[in-house]
Design a protein around this ligand. Structure first.
Ligand SMILES: O=C(CO)[C@H](O)[C@H](O)COP(=O)(O)O
Length: 229
């Protein structure tokens, strides 16, 4: 089974958690994209009723609308039943690094408040400790990017301003900010670092999601593995 097949497998498994009348946080990225398309099919086929998607990004919003998932915004809902999203790294305590897609701020706003936060990954995302393979994306106010980059040296981190691919200059997030990708040597205490980074003036949010994932579905060659806190 290849990586794309594993992503589809976990996306399909995630549908089992969706019931009628739910508000569903819709994550960003390639794995969640499979989930959003499959969810749209179930809604269109009348296998699910009164399910609304709460997108975490323009990518999720556009895809949901194209797939037949009706969308709502955060200020229209009283509660979020479940949020479904991918991740870039998952440690043994189910702490995450997220934000490769630069959508970390809205992802955290929604997933922090969801009744259940369900994470979908393939097995390549499992790590022994956070920071093992991926940098921590940090969303910053544009005017402050250079000073924050220097201030991150206190944490022994080296940070790069994320540059656009089909755009000249830096990536601009859905919120109009920049992203610094910060490489840490080894993240021993994810919750502590998450809080400390958010204390730096000019930081909007960072991609450490400590203690908020409830369930992680892992796509492996042998099938779906369920990890729970
Ligand atoms: O955090 C994210 C976007 O900001 C994504 O969920 C994360 O990068 C995983 O993406 P993919 O499923 O494409 O591997």
């Amino acid at each position: 089974m290849n990586t794309e097949e594993m992503k589809k497998l976990v996306a399909k498994e995630a549908l089992k958690y969706i019931e009628d009348d739910m508000i569903v946080g819709l994550g960003t990225g390639s794995t969640t994209a499979y989930f959003i398309k499959m969810l749209g099919k179930m809604i269109m086929n009348e296998e699910l009723f009164d399910v609304y998607g709460l997108p975490t990004s323009y990518q999720a919003r556009i895809l949901a609308l194209e797939s037949g998932v009706p969308v709502v915004s955060l200020d229209e809902v009283d509660a979020i039943d479940i949020a479904v999203d991918g991740a870039d790294e998952v440690d043994p305590h189910l702490n995450l690094i997220k934000g490769r897609g630069a959508a970390l701020t809205m992802e955290k706003i929604i997933e922090y408040r969801a009744g259940t936060f369900l994470v979908l990954v393939d097995e390549s995302k499992l790590v022994e400790y956070l920071g093992q393979k991926m940098p921590v994306p940090i969303e910053v106010i544009p005017a402050a990017w250079r000073v924050i980059k220097e201030e991150l040296e206190v944490f022994n981190a080296t940070a790069d301003l994320r540059m656009g691919v089909k755009k000249d200059g830096p990536v601009v997030t859905d919120n109009g900010n920049f992203i610094l990708d910060a490489k840490f040597e080894r993240i021993e205490d994810p919750l502590d670092l998450e809080i400390e980074l958010n204390n730096i003036p000019g930081v909007v949010e960072n991609g450490i999601f400590a203690d908020i994932a409830d369930i992680v579905l892992v796509g492996t060659k042998e099938g779906v593995k369920k990890l729970e806190r």
